[in-house]
Every structure is written in C-alpha cells, then in structure tokens.
Design a protein around this ligand. Structure first.
Ligand SMILES: *[C@@H]1O[C@H](CO)[C@@H](O)[C@H](O)[C@H]1NC(C)=O
Ligand SMILES: *[C@@H]1O[C@H](CO)[C@@H](O)[C@H](O)[C@H]1NC(C)=O
Ligand SMILES: *[C@@H]1O[C@H](CO)[C@@H](O)[C@H](O)[C@H]1NC(C)=O
Ligand SMILES: *[C@@H]1O[C@H](CO)[C@@H](O)[C@H](O)[C@H]1NC(C)=O
Ligand SMILES: *[C@@H]1O[C@H](CO)[C@@H](O)[C@H](O)[C@H]1NC(C)=O
Ligand SMILES: *[C@@H]1O[C@H](CO)[C@@H](O)[C@H](O)[C@H]1NC(C)=O
Ligand SMILES: *[C@@H]1O[C@H](CO)[C@@H](O)[C@H](O)[C@H]1NC(C)=O
Ligand SMILES: *[C@@H]1O[C@H](CO)[C@@H](O)[C@H](O)[C@H]1NC(C)=O
Ligand SMILES: *[C@@H]1O[C@H](CO)[C@@H](O)[C@H](O)[C@H]1NC(C)=O
Length: 755
C-alpha cells in the first residue's frame, strides 16, 4: 500500500460508513520538510484547523502532548530522529473526522551498478538492467538515456529488489551503443555513464531447439533447427550429472561420440555468433535419448565354494555386471561345465547368481548374455584346494575386519588371492574380493552376525586355502538357551539332544555348549561340547536316581541363559528286570498271533485245533481288539531292544531265544503290563517311527538311520523270512504315538505260501 493512503485507510474508513463524506476537511496536516525525509531527520508536523475546537494530535494512534495556544488555529509537534514510517493524525476532540500525514524516512539513490545490456537476436530490441546501490525505502525512478546523436530518454520501472529495466529499439545502423543512467527520488538523484557497448557483442541469439536425435551404441547425432550462428555447445548428462560438453561449428547435425551403450542421456544445446563475438543463447529444452546395447566385453567375476560334505560338489557364484560393464540389459546367463572335453551348457535366468554343481575334475565358465551378444567366457577349474595358508583377523569397526595371511610356500611374487565370506546360515549370499596383497579389510559386515570364509591363493600348481571359522565384529552372549530332550536312557547313562538356537538369537559366533547335570544331593556336574554337535551321552549315572539337566550356549562374549530344564530319573535295577519280563511276555503274544494264523487256515486248522485249544479261548480273539497287542507288545519290544546290553541283534534273538513258559497266557500279560504302563511315558512316544513293517523292523529302532534299516533288511533276507514279515494288507495306523492294530488284518494265504 502506498504510504500516501495508509493514514486515510486507517482512520477514515469507519468514519465514511458512519457519516459520509463532508465537503470541507476539518484540518490539514503538513511537515516542514515534506513527506519523504532522510532517515534520522528532525522535523515538525503541524495541523491547521478550519474551526475552533479542542485539538488533539496522534502519532501511530497514540495521542501526544502538544504545544498549543487555545486561540491559535494550528497545532504542531516536534519529532526527532525519524527512522520508520510514522502516521500523524489530528482531529477535534468533539469531532471524529481527522486529517493526517505519513512521514516516510528514506535515502537518496546511490550510484547505479551492474549495468548489463543484451540485444535479443541480431535485429531485436536492447534490454538494459541495472541495480540501485542501496535500498532507498522510498519511491525511486530510473531513467536511461541513449545518445546516438539525438539523445533519447527512456524511463523504466524498478522492481521490489532494486533492479531497473529498460527496453528500447536500435535505430538505423548503429554499431556502438552509449547509455546514461539516472536514478532519482525526492531526496536526490544519482547518475552514471556514459557506458559504451559494441552492439554485436551484446547480441544473444534466440534459444535453439533440438529437433531430432538418432543414437547408436556409442554416439548420437543431434539435428537442430536452422540458424545462422556458427558456434554450438552441446551438453549431455546422465541422471542430472553433467558428463561432458563439446563445442562445434554450427552444422545442422551435431555428432556426439564416446558415449556409453545402453544409457539414457539428456542433451541440451546453446549457441553464439562465434567464439569471440556475442553472448551465449539460453540453453535449449533438454531432450532425452538412449544409446543402443552392445555385447558385454568383460568377463564375469566367477568364484566357487566347495560343499563341505562332498569333495566334488561346489556352488558357483558370479557377480552381476555393473551397468557400464553390462552394456545392455542382461537377459540370461550361460553356465558351461566342461568335463574331459565334453561341454554341457545351461541357460539361466538373469536374476540367478549362483548354482550348485557336482562334477569331478571339471571346469566351469559363466557368461552374461544381452540382446547383442554374450560376454567372453572365463573358465575356472573346480579343485579342492590344499590347506596351507594361515589367516589372522583383527576387528576394525562394527562393519569391518582386517585379515592378514602369510604367503604360501610355493606362491609366486604375483599371486592373486580370493577372499570370500558369508554370514552363517546364509550360504547363498557370498561376497568375495580379489587382491594381490596379503591383507585386506573386509567391510559391510553387521554386528552380532557370525561370518565364515576363506582366503584362497591362486597358485599355478593348484589353489591353497585357509578357512576362517567364525569371525564377528561385535558379539554378545546368546539370547536364548537350547532346549534339551532325552534321546534314550538306561539305568546308568543317558543321551541328551538339544535344539539349535536361531541365528539371530546367537548374537555372535557359537563356540560351544555347556551341559549341567544337577544331582539330587545338590552337586552340579558340567560337560562342554563343541558347537558342531547337538547331542551328548552322559554315563556314570546311578540307577534309580533323579537328576535335573540344562544346556547353555557360548559365544566369544560368554555364556547365554539356560534353556528349559530336563528333569529325569534313571531306571532302577528292578525296573530293568521288569522290562525284561515284559519283553518276554510280548514275545509270547507274538507267538500266539502266529499260531492263531495257522489255526485260522482251514486245511491246517483241524490238525492244530486240538493242540491249540490250550492257547485258544472259546471265541477266537480279534487281534485288533486285543489291548495287549495294541499297547504293550510294541512298547516292550522297543524297551527291550534299545537296551543293547541285552542283545546286539534283537531282531533275531526274539525269535530264537524264546521258550514259552507253560500257563503263560495272554490274560496274564495284559494285567501284568498294565501295572508298568505309567512307569515311563516317554517310552511310548518313542515308538513313533513304527510304520507298516510292524514290530520286527522299525518298531525296534527309533529315529533309525537309513543305513541301519538297510542292515535289517539284509538280515531278514538271510533268514528267507522276508515275505512273511509284512503279512498285513493295510499299513498300521499310528495315533498319538501308539500302534493301533484296529486296521490289522492278517493275510494267512501269503503266510502259508512261504512256509
Ligand atoms: C536532531 O536533533 C538532535 C538533538 O536535538 C541533534 O543531536 C541531531 O543532530 C539533529 N539531527 C539532524 C539531522 O539535524
Ligand atoms: C551518488 O552516490 C554516491 C555514492 O553513494 C554519493 O557519494 C553521491 O553523493 C551521490 N550523488 C548524489 C547527487 O546524490
Ligand atoms: C554487481 O557487481 C559487483 C561488482 O562488479 C558484484 O560484486 C555484484 O555481485 C554484482 N551484483 C549483482 C546483483 O549482480
Ligand atoms: C528484479 O529483477 C531482478 C533482475 O532481473 C530479478 O533477479 C529479481 O528477481 C526481480 N525481483 C522481483 C521481485 O521480481
Ligand atoms: C522494440 O521496441 C519497440 C518500442 O518499444 C516496440 O514497438 C517493438 O515491438 C519492440 N520489438 C520487439 C521485437 O520486441
Ligand atoms: C535525473 O533525473 C531527475 C528526475 O527526472 C532530473 O531531475 C535530473 O536532472 C536528472 N539528472 C541528470 C543528470 O540528468
Ligand atoms: C532449413 O534450411 C534449409 C536450407 O537452408 C531449408 O531447406 C529447410 O527447409 C530449413 N528448415 C527449416 C525447418 O526451416
Ligand atoms: C556426423 O555424422 C554424420 C553421419 O555419420 C556425418 O555425415 C557427418 O559428417 C558427421 N559430422 C561431423 C562434424 O563429424
Ligand atoms: C557396535 O554395535 C553395537 C550393537 O549394535 C553397539 O552397541 C555398539 O555401540 C557399536 N559400536 C560402535 C563402535 O559403533
């Protein structure tokens, strides 16, 4: 808002609404040195009233004391050191209508500065811009005088940041331009000049355009609109980073070479009359273009890791090309395996970067394929390295570790080493670096993670390796303890297994486990087990005693908390005897079943019936409903067989050594066995491995390894007994760890065939 009307708006607006305008103002306000004054001035503001009344005067709406004689029609006030806009108003006390004046302090203009004149195109008008030296704070106007024999003055406007602009035409065939600048306000004026310009030198060509771009893999041709300039600058960027620029003569086709394939470039151009004359035009609008693909020229970086379990199995890893190496979009990888002149190639998806391979004395190569071709293949021989190096490590920070190693004995002066590492539990993500030194700082590690790795020296006579087992930048104690579980138990020994802890709970490199055995008398025994095993056999226990057991895990930072407790009691000697007896009972029942089968068969039935009557109840029992068959046979068989002190080959023993005691009936076994059911429930659950082979085979050995099963199979073959082992038409059904014989049907025809 202009300072002239500020006071009017402030004071009179509500008044207009109330009373409407009057013909003659009550008073007029004035200053002895005008409205616009130099900053810091002393002045006197006075109001002349047209009628007599009680006169009051305000500065910025605050009444100020004034010297006045009641008879005088004038009231005045002396103001010192005005530095800010001040609004003075006067009125009669009785009459709300005021008069007023705005006093604006300011400065006279400085010398004009920074004059630039530009001619738009060779035939256009000239625009000059200059700046007033310091802010004047009051209305200031600029003038520009052009003297070409007939001086002409052009006025201009000043914008709010103190710049003046003036645009004027060029008359006739002027070569030189001479301008004068004049800045003025109410406090004074200042001039500069004359300033002389050579007209040709201030010509700024119009903005050029890129009309068309054609790209090949390493160069682009830019077509521009017609122009008469003969210097053009081309600038090209990738992702807003300027990569280069070149200046050329103004051909209509601009050739930009040494570009990268498969890259999107942004081009822009500007132009100038020539190298010496004129100003640069504005930059053209940017135009994008993509260069074409090329076949990759570099070999992929390929490395491998041997499977620790198998000497001829490896996992091949390769690193993706960087964008500039790929020279295009990698579509596939080609993995070739060469075994003795025979080459086998596999095409793999572009997102695959590793592959397991099993082969003997072979070499592999991987190449990357884009739309224009494939990268050269580099073969690497898959060999089990010799272990001769020695690696030391030193933690540098939370994400880096320094590794040092010794030169292997037979290494040449220029031996290349490959250092690889991976986080434990994530073998599919492998990092590796190739170095010529015997030390390296590996980075990008995470605290609380454990890494394995190796340093491999690529010697001419075969690789040499040193393994790095478990390095970590920052370790804590494990957050969890392992949960122990009883695997088997005897009267004097027990095997315990425990769960592994998930990698993120270990918080470092697992070193070993501690097993604590708390006896009832309070003493605690302690066993240490290497981290690679998760089971342990404790011997030397007392029969019939109870213990509590727990397991903890250790990292380099110390011992973690204990997992759950495993309380257990060893078998007493009498229980041991009992189990032997139950086993014998089970064997009798089995014999009963076999005889039953014989008796069922019609041709043999009669002959055996009389002999069998002693064993058969009046109604032939259904084996599926026999409780003793259902629960105890299996269980006690197992019981017996797990005790290796009784027999090394329980399968055979049960049949051969059984002598049926007379009067030993099924009923007896039934009731007898019931007593012992509750003694050890864990035994029942251990029969879960029983499958269709019934008692003889897997029922006896729980958690059996495949090799053991093979052995059993063989022993049955020796006895020529095999077809009879599986006389059931349907497999047994196991529920809740109990063998359910409901589904058992004995196929006696097969049974007879084999005898
Ligand atoms: C204004 O008045 C003060 C005190 O009366 C004096 O010191 C100062 O120099 C005066 N300023 C001007 C610009 O005259
Ligand atoms: C012009 O500006 C200069 C520098 O501020 C100043 O010294 C000079 O007095 C000014 N001239 C006029 C006429 O105000
Ligand atoms: C004006 O010119 C001076 C010196 O020539 C320079 O330091 C200053 O930055 C320029 N100011 C502007 C706004 O261009
Ligand atoms: C005043 O003109 C200058 C020079 O062209 C410009 O940089 C500035 O932004 C303008 N200020 C305003 C408020 O327009
Ligand atoms: C040059 O300036 C004159 C006068 O100010 C105006 O009439 C004319 O249109 C301008 N020419 C161009 C190309 O701007
Ligand atoms: C500058 O312009 C002011 C106001 O138009 C004028 O009074 C003054 O004479 C001019 N000065 C010169 C040197 O032309
Ligand atoms: C550019 O100039 C050439 C010859 O000077 C002419 O044939 C062509 O039509 C012009 N193109 C444009 C877009 O003006
Ligand atoms: C630019 O390339 C085109 C096509 O290859 C060729 O005709 C032209 O001569 C080249 N121009 C320059 C300046 O190299
Ligand atoms: C390393 O990481 C651990 C766990 O994140 C943190 O407590 C420790 O302050 C870190 N040390 C440094 C030196 O950054």
């Amino acid at each position: 808002m202009s300072s002239h009307c500020a006071w009017l708006m402030l004071v009179t607006f509500p008044f207009f609404l109330m009373a409407g305008a009057r013909e003659k103002p009550v008073c007029t306000a004035q200053s002895n040195i005008g409205k616009e004054v130099l900053v810091g001035s002393n002045l006197t503001v006075s109001c002349v009233f047209s009628k007599t009344c009680t006169k009051i005067i305000f500065r910025d709406n605050e009444e100020i004391k004034n010297k006045q004689s009641p008879s005088s029609s004038e009231v005045s006030v002396d103001v010192k050191d005005v530095t800010e806009l001040s609004i003075f108003t006067c009125r009669c006390k009785e009459d709300p209508e005021p008069c007023g004046i705005d006093i604006t302090p300011g400065y006279p203009p400085d010398i004009p500065q920074n004059l630039t004149c530009v001619r738009k195109t060779e035939y256009g008008n000239v625009t000059c811009t200059w700046k007033i030296g310091r802010e004047t704070k009051i209305t200031t106007i600029c003038h520009l005088g052009v003297d070409d024999g007939h001086p002409l003055i052009y006025s201009s406007v000043m914008n709010s940041t103190g710049f003046c602009f003036s645009t004027f035409p060029i008359r006739g065939s002027m070569l030189q331009l001479s301008v004068m600048l004049n800045i003025s306000n109410s406090l004074g004026s200042n001039i500069s000049g004359p300033h002389n310009f050579t007209l040709r030198n201030i010509v700024k060509p119009s903005r050029p355009n890129i009309t068309h771009i054609e790209c090949f893999s390493q160069r682009c041709h830019l077509r521009t609109d017609n122009h008469s300039m003969n210097l053009v600058e081309v600038q090209y960027k990738v992702e807003n980073q300027i990569l280069g620029s070149l200046q050329t003569g103004a051909e209509q086709i601009l050739n930009v070479s040494s570009l990268h394939p498969y890259t999107t470039y942004k081009f822009r151009i500007r132009r100038k009359i020539n190298r010496e004359v004129g100003l640069w035009s504005d930059w053209s609008l940017e135009k994008e273009a993509e260069t074409e693909e090329e076949a990759p020229k570099k070999e992929l970086d390929v490395w491998y890791m041997q499977d620790p379990k198998s000497s001829n199995c490896f996992r091949i890893f390769w690193k993706k090309f960087s964008k500039s190496e790929a020279k295009g979009k990698i579509l596939r990888y080609k993995l070739s395996v060469q075994v003795k002149r025979k080459k086998n190639s596999t095409i793999l998806d572009a997102n695959i970067t590793n592959r397991p391979i099993c082969c003997d004395s072979c070499s592999v190569s991987v190449s990357a394929i884009n739309s224009k071709g494939q990268s050269p293949a580099k073969f690497i021989n898959l060999r089990s390295p010799e272990s001769v190096l020695d690696v030391k490590s030193q933690i540098l920070s939370n994400d880096s570790i320094a590794l040092f190693w010794t030169k292997p004995a037979i290494a040449g002066p220029k031996t290349e080493y490959v250092v690889h590492w991976y986080a434990v539990g994530d073998k599919e993500k492998l990092w590796w670096i190739r170095v010529m030194n015997t030390s390296i700082d590996i980075t990008g590690l995470q605290p609380h993670k454990c890494y394995h790795g190796a340093v491999t020296a690529l010697r001419s006579n075969g690789p040499a390796v040193a393994f790095i087992h478990g390095i970590s930048t920052w370790q804590s104690v494990p957050e969890q303890g392992p949960v122990p579980q009883q695997s088997w138990k005897k009267s004097e020994s027990l095997e315990v297994k425990w769960s592994t802890i998930s990698q993120d709970k270990i918080r470092g490199c697992l070193r070993n486990y501690s097993i604590y055995l708390n006896k009832l008398n309070g003493s605690i025994e302690h066993f240490s087990v290497n981290y690679s095993s998760t089971q342990y056999t404790i011997s030397g226990l007392s029969p019939g005693e109870c213990y509590n057991l727990w397991v903890t895990a250790w990292t380099d930072a110390g011992e973690g908390p204990r997992g759950s407790d495993l309380p257990f009691c060893t078998l007493s000697d009498s229980e041991k005897l009992l189990s032997l007896v139950i086993l014998a009972g089970g064997t009798v029942l089995l014999i009963c079943l076999i005889i039953l089968c014989f008796c069922q068969f019609s041709s043999v039935q009669k002959r055996f019936l009389r002999c069998c009557q002693c064993l058969l109840p009046t109604v032939i029992p259904d084996p599926a409903n026999s409780k003793c068959a259902r629960e105890y046979v299996v269980e006690q068989f197992h019981h017996h067989q797990s005790d290796s002190s009784i027999s090394e080959d329980p399968d055979i023993m049960q049949v051969e050594e059984f002598h049926s005691p007379s009067g030993f009936t099924c009923n007896y076994i039934k009731s007898f066995s019931q007593e012992s059911t509750s003694s050890d429930t864990t035994q029942i659950t251990r029969t879960t491995d029983i499958t269709g082979d019934y008692i003889y085979t897997r029922g006896a050995i729980s958690g059996g390894e495949e090799e053991e099963e093979d052995e059993e199979d063989r022993s049955f073959d020796e006895f020529g007994f095999r077809p009879c082992i599986n006389p059931f038409l349907e497999p047994l059904v196991l529920s809740n760890g109990k063998l359910d014989l409901d589904a058992v049907i004995i196929n006696c025809s097969e049974f007879m065939d084999c005898t």
